[in-house]
Design a binder for this molecule. Structure first.
Ligand SMILES: [Zn+2]
Length: 186
């Protein structure tokens, strides 16, 4: 901030209307530039003194102390805002990091799942039991061993076959038969 800029801001400073982005530069300039500081002190004493007299207030014992307090207040407000900005940034930064970790973790899980799926796919249908559950028809029968246990077919003669058929299908007894049987009996 140049001396011209600093001095042009003296009135706004006294009115406590100095914007935050100018306050720090202004205070710094007033701390280090003797001529501007003198200018500020003169204006401050004049204007603040006049306003206090107008308002019927008591004049301060030292305008210099009051001015120092005002300068500190101006810079303190800026620092508070800055600290808030830094902490807000910090919170967002941490949140972003956590978000990234979750996102990355999620991607890792998905890649892992996909690889597991590929492995299972390569291993054949019985490995999909986790996926299909009871719907998959897992068969643990050893057909070759079972086939050995089946007894060889028994050879039967035609006579036996007919005999079995007759036993299963008895001839229905007709009226004609019963009468002839009765006749024969007599
Ligand atoms: Zn200056």
């Amino acid at each position: 901030m140049t001396c011209l800029e600093a001095q042009s801001n003296i009135m706004t400073f006294i009115d406590r209307k100095l914007p935050d982005d100018k306050a720090e530069d202004f205070v710094n300039h007033m701390m280090h530039c003797k001529s501007c500081r003198e200018e500020l002190e003169i204006y401050y004493t004049l204007i603040v003194g006049m306003r206090k007299l107008d308002g019927g207030e008591e004049l301060p014992k030292s305008f210099k102390t009051e001015l120092d307090a005002d300068l500190k207040r101006a810079i303190g407000r800026v620092r508070k805002v800055k600290r808030f900005k830094v902490s807000t940034f910090g919170v967002f930064f941490v949140a972003a990091i956590i978000g990234l970790i979750f996102y990355y973790g999620n991607i890792l899980t998905r890649v892992y799942d996909h690889e597991q799926f590929l492995i299972k796919e390569a291993q054949g249908p019985s490995y999909f039991f986790d996926f299909f559950g009871e719907n998959i028809d897992l068969c643990d029968t050893d057909f070759i061993e079972d086939a050995k246990k089946v007894p060889p077919p028994v050879e039967i003669t035609n006579y036996e076959r007919i005999h079995k058929y007759v036993l299963k299908h008895p001839r229905p007894v007709t009226e004609e038969q019963t009468t002839t049987e009765e006749e024969a009996h007599e």
